[in-house]
Design a protein around this ligand. Structure first.
Ligand code: FAD
Length: 389
């Protein structure tokens, strides 16, 4: 594993720092957390600024419209943007972090040309229609049907927990195209236009009061066959590509943010006269070690991906992403539990950023595959333990 930066990579860091200095000064004020159209506009404006400056799709391959940057440059980008306090992907997370990379890896040249540039420019927002009321951890049990009718599929069923469905233009949708096949074999991956007739979105409120996800009902929605990514009934394999991006790389930028919050926590604890509390100091110290270890794990994963790309490999993250997701989601919850202790009575103020983040951190051990499912993957596919052990 080689974690050192080349002269070219250090030069990349310097130029990025300079650009961030001017670009961030021009950003409009952040919209309220509950103003989803405003948040979409803000996040897409930032995506557009990245695009204009040549930083959008940094690590995507050049033939997918990306910059073909090395994984190390991508990590430098995440480090520097977070340190500078730049916005993260926000409403664009499905498009930029997993639907886009999946289309880049599995789409035809026409499909890449249709969907990737608008994602990179921040013109089109995507959501993820995978989970159903009876198909979450057991995702392959999904029942939304797609029946072929000429050049279209006619899709009926329902999805749940669809993040950002209300403000999305497209949905990465999993459907059952062969009900007679074994459950993993009869699935296809479709790009669904969210304004198609027959699509109804019903927002769901989180415990923090935000309508960031929704139920999506599909009533005989016509989706062109040309919107299918990958072969018919080969959607489970395509889904594994999407999930490996979602678990392998989608949370990486947040580790740097957690380290920053930890530093602020220590400063607040000192200011509030809590620094004499040895138990609290030990807790913050252990968390600091945890986030450093997670960042090193990320660098290791990235170093491996870099080596695989050099050797002509796919660059699709492997099951190691499950190790990261499992530990990161728990460490994030522990970080915000410590924040609540430092805040004292202030922890009851739901408008405080740390309190809102504490509430949302509860979802991290559920979303993108629960901790139990990640533990199963680690046990079976990395440690080689027998199924159901
Ligand atoms: C904030 C948030 C955002 C989300 N966004 C999206 C989105 O945009 N699109 C989307 O499609 N989905 C989304 N989801 C849904 C998420 O993927 C599912 O909630 C998750 O996969 C779990 O499925 P479930 O809720 O049906 O729980 P279940 O699958 O019913 O699980 C219930 C419990 O049983 C455990 N369990 C289940 N099977 C096993 C097993 N084999 N071994 C051990 N334990 C097991 C689980 O770990 C869990 O504790 C989101 C969820 C959250 C919380």
């Amino acid at each position: 594993m080689d974690l050192s930066c080349t002269e070219e990579e250090e030069d990349f860091r310097r130029k990025l720092r300079d650009w961030l200095g001017t670009a961030l000064a021009e950003l409009p004020p952040k919209p309220a957390a509950t103003d989803w159209p405003g948040r979409r506009a803000y996040d897409c404006a930032w995506q557009r600024a990245l695009y204009d400056a040549g930083y959008a799709g940094l690590h995507w391959p050049r033939d997918a419209g990306g910059q073909g940057a090395t994984p190390t440059q991508h990590l430098i980008f995440l480090e520097e943007t977070e340190r500078a306090g730049a916005p993260y992907v926000g409403a664009n997370f499905v498009g930029t972090l997993h639907a886009g990379p999946t289309i880049a890896a599995e789409g035809t040249p026409e499909q890449r040309a249709r969907w990737l540039p608008p994602i990179l420019r921040g013109d089109e927002v995507w959501c993820q229609g995978f989970s159903e009321p009876d198909a979450g951890s057991d995702l392959a049990a999904l029942r939304t049907r797609a029946v072929r009718d000429g050049d279209s599929y006619v899709v009926s069923g329902s999805k749940i927990w669809t993040s950002h469905a209300e403000i999305a233009d497209w949905c990465e949708l999993l459907v059952r195209t062969d009900p007679s096949a074994p459950k993993h074999r009869g699935i296809s991956w479709l790009a669904l236009p969210m304004d198609a007739p027959g699509v109804t979105v019903r927002p769901l409120r989180t415990l923090a009061g935000s309508a960031e996800f929704a139920e999506v009902f599909l009533d005989e929605v016509r989706v062109p066959v040309s919107h299918r990514i990958g072969a018919e009934n080969d959607g489970w394999r395509v889904t594994m590509v999407t999930l490996s991006f979602e678990r392998g790389t989608a949370f990486v930028g947040e580790v740097v943010a957690c380290s920053r919050v930890l530093g602020e926590l220590a400063r607040t604890a000192r200011a509030n006269g809590l620094w004499d509390d040895a138990v609290l100091r030990r807790r913050l110290g252990r968390l600091s070690a945890e986030f450093r270890a997670l960042w090193r794990l990320t660098q290791w994963n990235v170093s491996e991906a870099q080596r695989s790309l050099r050797d002509g490999g796919s660059g699709v993250p492997g099951v190691g992403g499950s190790v990261f997701k499992l530990r990161y989601s728990q460490a994030r919850q522990e970080l915000y539990d410590a924040a609540a202790e430092v805040l004292g009575e202030g922890a009851l103020d739901v408008d405080h950023e740390w309190v809102a983040d504490r509430l949302s951190s509860l979802s991290y051990t559920i979303a993108a595959g629960t901790s139990q499912i990640q533990a199963n993957i680690v046990a079976e596919r990395i440690l080689g333990l027998p199924k159901g052990w």
